[in-house]
Design a protein around this ligand. Sequence first.
Ligand code: SF4
Ligand code: SF4
Length: 380
Amino acid sequence: MSRVFNWQLGREMDYPYEDARPAKQIAWVFDLNKCIACQTCSVACKMTWSSGRGQEYMFWNNVETKPYGGYPKAWDLTVLEKIGPGSWKDGVYEGKTIFEAADQRNEKMVGHRPGDEEWNHPNIGEDVIAGGEMPQGAHIVDETHPLWFFYMPRICNHCTHPACLAACPRRAIYKREEDGIVLIDQSRCRGYRECVKGCPYGKSLFRANHEVSEKCIGCYPKIEKGKQTQCVENCIGKIRGQGFVTDPKQGKPNPDNPIDFLVHVRKVALPLYPQFGTGPNVYYIPPIHTPTDFLEQMFGGGVQHAIDTYRNVPQDETLAGLLQLFGSSPEIMETFAVKKKVALGYNRDGKKVAAVPITEPPQLRKSFDRKRDAYRLDVT
Ligand code: SF4
Ligand code: SF4
């Protein structure tokens, strides 16, 4: 058991393993205001990594609809019930993490191993709205309307304090020093499924025909080459940014680093269920049309600030430019700048790999195209 500082909780906590932080920590930012649930990310991941026998039910990347969707079913409610209620005060979490809620005599963390029934419905709750039904003839008149849902893409969070790693009796799981990616050593794994039980996000999965557990590998062969992961590169909605995040315990966040800027400077991107205590490294820009109290139990006490910051994007040229860079290069942009209303992204060698204008000049086309002998409906 070690005592570790979890910056997402604003305090120290107990962690049943060594506090081993990597030299660099891989991280993602997903803008939930832009996801359209096309599932291209899910397919890109599955075709690359989990299309074999025994992997049929696996979606290392899945996209669920909140509030009713979840894969495995109700994964988050199950954990929330086990850790009990908590609250945020001045940026500090007052409640129990999955490690602190455990009865230390019997378990390292409160966990749950989903059964077959919970894995049977990857798209349960899809497109189901919260707040009742839209009466016939009604329409949305402003930004405060009672009906809502949003799409929630999820991958392994490559946590700073991984529960899967702490749970493994074989020490088969490790966190890479060079980039913080969490991997399962397949030669050491004996399929005890303690990681499946321990991961509060339902992101470690058992492959029955090989009798081992498997999980998202962060597309590490691409990361090693400075390329973005499959789910990021293929995202149709351009909702995903990827790079490295600074742990405030280890260094000062760099405002030229896109992930640091979103997470630490503007604080517009928040960890998912930080109260679990694992220090997840996928950060979400919360959807601005969703009730704040619902979002606070998902993303913690910084939700209102994140929403206000996002609404202010038209007045915030740096943030607007950075969001435009999402999806603009297959390479990881480790630094960025906004100059003369153009957002510029640079790779790990400092080479410019993207240049995107914040506002594109309007292009007007003639409604009748002589060459094609056709009329256009869309002329701008
Ligand atoms: S590809 Fe992008 S937009 Fe489509 S479901 Fe995945 S995250 Fe959402
Ligand atoms: S999300 Fe789960 S599987 Fe991934 S590192 Fe965290 S605890 Fe492990």
